[in-house]
Design a protein around this ligand. Sequence first.
Ligand SMILES: Cc1cc2nc3c(=O)[nH]c(=O)nc-3n(C[C@H](O)[C@H](O)[C@H](O)COP(=O)(O)OP(=O)(O)OC[C@H]3O[C@@H](n4cnc5c(N)ncnc54)[C@H](O)[C@@H]3O)c2cc1C
Length: 419
Amino acid sequence: MKKAGCHSVGIVGSGIQGVCIGLQLIKKGIPVTLFDRHDPLSNNFKPASYGNAGHFSPYAVLQFNRPDILNDVPKMLLSSYGPLALKWNYIPKMFKWFYHYLKNCNQKSMMHTAKYMHQILSLSNDAYEEIFQEIDTNGLVDKKGIIYVWTNKNLESRKLEIRVRDELGIEQKLLTQKEVLELEPNLNPAFDAGVFYKDAMHAKDPYGILREIFKLFLNKGGKFIKSNITNIQQTNINQTIIKSQNKEYKFEKTVIASGAFSKKLTDQLGENIPLDTERGYHVHFKNKEHLISRPVIFLDRGFGMTPMNQGLRAVGTVELGGLDNPISKKRIDYVVKCAKELLPQLEDHDDEWLGFRPTLPDFLPILGPSLKNKNIIYAFGHQHLGWTLGAITGKIISKIVAGEKTNLDLTPYSSKRFN
Ligand SMILES: Cc1cc2nc3c(=O)[nH]c(=O)nc-3n(C[C@H](O)[C@H](O)[C@H](O)COP(=O)(O)OP(=O)(O)OC[C@H]3O[C@@H](n4cnc5c(N)ncnc54)[C@H](O)[C@@H]3O)c2cc1C
């Protein structure tokens, strides 16, 4: 059954945004083709949606456009063993991003981002629960909450985070060091206190979940084409064209859900959106996942550990360095060192992975039509929270495509804010 709102859609990107959007559209009876340069069912499919920390974090409303974090940036950058690193060859390419970041690094913008992250984050777990009714999540999801720990060094920042979450009505329980250790007895007490988000869940295998959603999409009639997309155009009011090196495909509407790579396509549409990437890393400590029961994040270090089916996944750091710089051995060493600080019993690690968080300088995603081409719809820029936001993004974008109401204020997510 075809829906009158739209007769065909192409989606570029089969990360968590792309597959969730595809699934919701196909459920509305709209024919969909997903494109990705890697097949989600193949071994070389390793985008951000594959290697993330697996947190479903509906509470994580505060982002990095915060005056307190800005104050700490020079100190963090000068330390070769800090949570933030910069590839110096990339600085000139980030000027526009930094310019907008500075503009958004104040109390008012911080609260604006928190409010509109909260608007979508508060719907995120329910949106996943709907999808989980339709796929086999056995062994893929755990519901034991998430713990953050910290030292007494940056208490003002910790108080700010707790206060803003309290103001937004987010449930959280402050923990003493002793209470953290009661929940996670194997941790080395290198921290002073923490907080527990008891309703948070985590993926034991993010890629396993994505694959199940992708298979459901195919089973419901969705199509997939493995192709590297080089260009997108809107040719007339009812036609968009998705082009690869040697082929072109026509759809009534096209969705760009290409994560950190989306800018390569939006630049060609004449919109200079300051999307960039925060590079992040993971390693696995095989057969050590039993050492903790739930994700533990060490805020001072900008790193965390998640018990997963592949082992204990140690994940973290933010490296500003674009999409083309090679993997940084120092960042891997940093993640490994942080993991051993909390769990000294860890030994060898495997699977060094680099992933690209797609980040806009005000830390809100872009969800909505292109300014110049109304039939090209954007769904990218989910930064540290794109895993959490996959299912709700699917619902929102599918409604935009089908011309349905969302009952949400979508203005803050428009690309217009950067023009
Ligand atoms: C280290 C790390 C830890 C993280 N931890 C968490 C977490 O715990 N919780 C959370 O909520 N979020 C987390 N995130 C963020 C989250 O993983 C991302 O925001 C999210 O996966 C982005 O999804 P996406 O679908 O937009 O992009 P991606 O997953 O990057 O997918 C984009 C896809 O588009 C394809 N593509 C791009 N360009 C083209 C093209 N031209 N032609 C064809 N295909 C193309 C790519 O091949 C890719 O498959 C983490 C990220 C990192 C890096």
